[in-house]
Design a protein around this ligand. Structure first.
Ligand SMILES: [Zn+2]
Length: 64
């Protein structure tokens, strides 16, 4: 462990390689922008799933 070089990680959003920096609070993303994009992606997915379930309606609840 003589090397003080930080590991290189790949940003999940843009795929850019960047050095893991413990002072980067957006890690493993390279930037705040990429973190927000990823969060937005997840939020949209959840929103779509909720909408689909709502479309199916409550029949299952009625049967149970
Ligand atoms: Zn990025």
């Amino acid at each position: 462990m003589s090397s003080g070089k930080p590991p290189i990680v790949t940003c999940p959003t843009c795929g850019k390689e960047h050095a893991w920096n413990s002072s980067n609070r957006y890690r493993p993303f390279c930037s705040e922008r990429c973190k927000l994009i990823d969060l937005g992606k997840w939020a949209n997915e959840e929103y779509r799933v909720e909408q689909r379930e709502a479309d199916h309606g409550a029949p299952e609840d009625l049967q149970a």
